[in-house]
Structure formats: C-alpha cells, structure tokens
Design a binder for this molecule. Structure first.
Ligand code: GLA
Length: 434
C-alpha cells in the first residue's frame, strides 16, 4: 500500500522506472547530551515526524534532488570523482554526505547509480530534532535501494554518522542510530565505540511535549563552530586527564572508573579557561603535534580559549544520569526521570553552556505547568526543549506554553508538539515492501 504522501512525491519524481521510498524519523533525546562523541551513552526516542524520500534510478551518473518545500531549491550533481560540497548550509550537502559515505564502503566511484530524488520533510528544521540526519539517512537508504544493496542497520548507523561529518560538524552517532534503530513505544539506549543499542520500554502514561525556543539551531550554520568547540574542549580535557592519570584514554568514555574521576576533577583539571598558547606545555606536545593529533585547526584558532573542568563534569555526570534514567523508565518511575531531566538541563546550562535564556525560560515554564521534568534537547544553542508530563497533562501543558511563551511572540503552532516514541526508518520498493 502506498500512502498519499508517497503518491504525491512519486508523481513529481522524474522518470518512469521502478521507484523506492525511504522514510527516516526525527529524534528527541530524552537525556545524554553531548555524551555520544565522548564514547558515552545517550537515550533518545525516535518521533512520529519524518523525512520521506522517493527515488527513481537514472541511466547516467547524475543525481537530481528536489524538495516539496520550495524553501529548498532543486540541486543536481554528478557521481564522478571527488564530490565537492555545495556552499555551507545547503540542503543538498546531506544527500552528498550520504552518497560519498556509501561510495567509500561499496567499492568506489561506480558503485552508486544516478537517480532522481524527491524529499518531503515533516520534522521542524533547526529545532534540535535531527531533521538533517533524517534527511541524510532517508537519502542514503533510498540510494542503497536503487543500487539493490542491503546492509545491516548497525553498520549503516556507523557509516552515516561518519558520512555526515562531510557537512563540517564533528557530530557523534546518536542521531543516525536513533533514526535507523529505534522501536515504537521504546526509547533507545545507545552505546558507542562500538555502537550497541537496546530498546527501553516507555511507560504508556508518559507524554512528551517538544517546544521550540524560536531560536534556530542550524547544525551546518551558526551552531557548527559552537558545537565543534565543545568537541575540541572534551578532546583536550581527555588528553590532559590521560597525561595526569597515566590512563591511555582517547575519549572520556575510555576511563574505567569514571565515578572516581569525577570526584578528582578539581585536582586534575584547571578551573579557569586555558589559552591556546598554553596547551602544548600543558599537554607535553609541540604545537604541530597538537594540531595534528587532536583536531583540525579551525576550532583551535577561534576563540582560542578552552573550558575544561566544567565540560568534563557535565559529560561524566550526564553519563551517570543516563544510566539512572534507563532504570527509572524500566521501573515506570516518571518522577525520577523528570528530576534527572531537570538536573541534565541545569548541567547543560551551567557546566556545558549550551542553553539560552529562551530555552531556560521554556523549561521553567513547563515545570510550573505540570511537567515532571524539562530540558533542552539536541545540541542546544537554540532549538527546542522536551518536557515529560503525565499523558493526560499534555494538552494543558501545551495551552500554558501558548499562553505564557508563544502568544506574545506571535508564533505558529507547529513549533510546539506532542510526540510519541516511534519506530525507526523504513524502506519500500514501491509496489512491494522490503
Ligand atoms: C547533535 C549531534 C549529536 C549529539 C548532540 C548533542 O545533535 O548530531 O551527535 O552530539 O548534538 O547531544
């Protein structure tokens, strides 16, 4: 059965050969923020909002992209040689990211056929709901289906996580794993290096409201530098901790006794910001080694000062909260989960400094109006909060947010929504499901 949304996209996809459709959901991270790239777990749900991509094979090696939303103009490129990105922020880069990634594992230049791809997104963009990874994954899955190739989901999650760095963000792997591996009615506990997932049942009485702060968090735009700066701070802090403890760790998640490490941070890491010039001495490396081993130069250059201790305090504390949140969900203890979410928000705001006054205000409002817990979700620096509420309180919470936050700002209603824990990505050959 083909639904009407797919039929509409299909009618606007050039060509008349057999077609495929791939849908990939957005995600809301319940807890575990900025832990994934440190090799520490996260606990997102996939949501019942997705990106749908319909594709038809072409006989040449051209890729033609179009989008049902006119804000995303048509794009075209050729699958030959190096594939340079479109300008930063261009939506076509997510297709290129997936294609470049797939080519590296499928055996080079000729492994992917050309195709016409048409996309429709139903995930609010730049909201911290991972619309960009959903686009990457939906394009990638559709392209794989055109090539008649199947790969295990776990392998694809890893592949697309690495592939998406093509857009210039040093992202972890949460978003791609959530969109590919989530199960309806469940949150997904995800571990990294190596990637492992386990579904965690979400009690039926749990309701989730996502509310946008009205500040866009564009992963490939303004937020990119801020996000990458946090990644670099964690890598630097890890290198310093490794040096001072003698543990050969390359990520914060490599330290075996993280509770003890958390308790010793005041002794091991400076409280004040560290200037870029001071790093080589502190880490016992030459400036060239520092550049080569830790990061690309960009993030080291600006702003040239790094906060270490508070960043690590957030990451290690957040990993403990993820473990506690999984137990709270398994025991149906929504009160405990809510408190952990509140604590996570405080830590994201004070120690990781990724919140904004609007996100703080929304989270506080949600708590005043029935939420058991509320926190920013996704990278932060704008975007949305997620609030946990007893299911019967969802409508009242949304009405209160409308009254106290959105009304004064003349905002549109799709910016706050109730979401359900949905299933992962689906691929279909139109005319027969896979
Ligand atoms: C973005 C990244 C993820 C993760 C979050 C923060 O969404 O894509 O990998 O790091 O930020 O938790």
């Amino acid at each position: 059965m083909t639904d009407s949304r797919t039929r509409v996209l299909l009618a606007d996809t050039p060509g008349d050969g057999p077609a495929v459709a791939a849908r990939a959901p957005g995600r809301v991270n319940l807890i575990g923020e900025h832990t994934d790239y440190n090799g520490l777990p996260v606990l997102p749900i996939a949501i019942d909002r997705d990106v749908l991509v319909v594709a038809r094979r072409r006989s040449d090696d051209t890729v033609e992209l179009s989008n049902a939303d006119p804000a995303f103009p048509p794009r075209r490129y050729v699958l030959r040689g190096e594939i340079p990105p479109f300008p930063p922020g261009d939506w076509g880069n997510y297709h290129k990211a997936a294609a470049v990634g797939l080519r590296t594992v499928l055996g080079g230049e000729r492994s992917l056929p050309g195709g016409s791809f048409r996309a429709h997104g139903a995930i609010p963009v730049a909201a911290g709901l991972s619309s960009s990874s959903a686009l990457t994954v939906a394009c990638g899955l559709a392209h794989l289906a055109l090539a008649d190739v199947e790969r295990p989901r776990l392998e694809l999650a890893d592949l697309f996580a690495r592939a998406e760095r093509y857009v210039g963000t040093l992202g972890g792997g949460m978003d791609q794993a959530a969109t590919l591996l989530a199960e309806a009615g469940h949150a997904l506990h995800i571990d990294f290096f190596p990637l492992r997932t386990r579904p965690v049942p979400v009690p039926a009485r749990a309701g989730f409201v996502v509310a946008h702060s009205l500040e866009l968090a564009e992963k490939s735009g303004r937020v990119r530098g801020l996000y990458n700066q946090r990644v670099v701070e964690c890598r630097l802090a890890c290198a310093l901790l490794a040096r001072r403890t003698g543990v050969p760790a390359t990520r914060l998640g490599d330290f075996p006794d993280r509770t003890a490490l958390l308790a010793s941070l005041a002794r091991l890491l400076p409280e004040d910001e560290v200037l870029a010039e001071a790093l080589p001495d502190l880490l016992g490396v030459t400036p060239e080694e520092l550049r080569a081993s830790l990061v690309g130069g960009e993030a080291l250059a600006a702003p040239g000062r790094f906060t270490l201790r508070r960043r690590v305090r957030h990451v290690l504390g957040e990993a403990e909260r993820v473990a506690a949140a999984e137990q709270a969900l398994r025991h149906g203890d929504l009160g405990a989960l809510g408190e952990l979410m509140n604590e996570s928000h405080r830590s994201c705001a004070e120690d990781y400094e990724v919140s904004t006054p609007a996100l703080d205000q929304l989270a506080a409002l949600a708590r005043t109006h029935g939420a058991l817990g509320a926190r920013l979700t996704g990278a932060g620096f704008g975007g949305a909060i997620v609030a946990l509420v007893e299911r019967e309180g969802v409508a009242a919470l949304i009405a209160a947010l409308d009254r106290h936050f959105y009304a004064a700002r003349g905002a549109r209603s799709e910016l706050r929504l109730a979401v359900e824990p949905g299933g992962g990505a689906v691929v279909k050959r139109l005319g027969g499901a896979t």
